[in-house]
Design a protein around this ligand. Sequence first.
Ligand code: HEC
Length: 206
Amino acid sequence: MRYAYLVLALVVIGTVSIFGFRGSISTKPPLEVFPDMDRQAKYKPQAESPFFADGRADRPLPAGVVSRGDLRADDHLYLGKATNGNFAAGFPASISIDAKLLERGKDRYSIFCLPCHGTIGDGNGITKSYGMGSTPTYHDDRLRKMTEGEIFNTITHGKAAMGAYADKLSPEERWAVIAYVRALQRAQTGSINDVPASHKSELGIK
Ligand code: HEC
């Protein structure tokens, strides 16, 4: 019998604590069950701090600091520039030109360049039929002789009616695209002597 009273008391307390104060208004602050979670010993971004002389919680970075893995010391790779500050000829040492790079270059070229520069790089992309006639062909001497570094610079910053691709293509992807542009250029001037002997039969040539 004693237990019955106890159970009844618990049911009443439970009911009152869940439903009893609904709708009643209090001006007191809410109960903080775990105050250390509500009030953490930390600064939010751009908050004030009386601890530092300049009153800012955010501390300025030490001079020359670079976030981990983001040191861009290689000018050839990241700017297309040689040590003398001119546009670099050739590809950076860390870029190996193989089928994988060309595949990647073809893929990125097809997405980002082909609409203007065309499938074979002759400047006859779809945008031409919509009135954008200023896209040059890659197949003239000026662009054949242009250094890889200058092409890198054009992709990075854009030129005249061409937009910049620094935010769409990583430096490595830009080099892959350049390798593909070079392949497009070579394809236009190729002769039968460029075809490896093992593939000549496919062309019906002995
Ligand atoms: C919106 C159309 C458009 C797209 C997309 C585009 N280009 Fe161009 N590109 C142009 C035009 C227009 C020019 C000529 C700029 C000028 O007047 O000098 C040009 C010029 C160039 C040149 C020659 C620059 C020079 O100094 O003469 C290169 C190289 C080039 N583009 C590469 C690329 C590559 C690589 C991509 C893809 C990442 C690309 N372009 C995407 C329109 C485009």
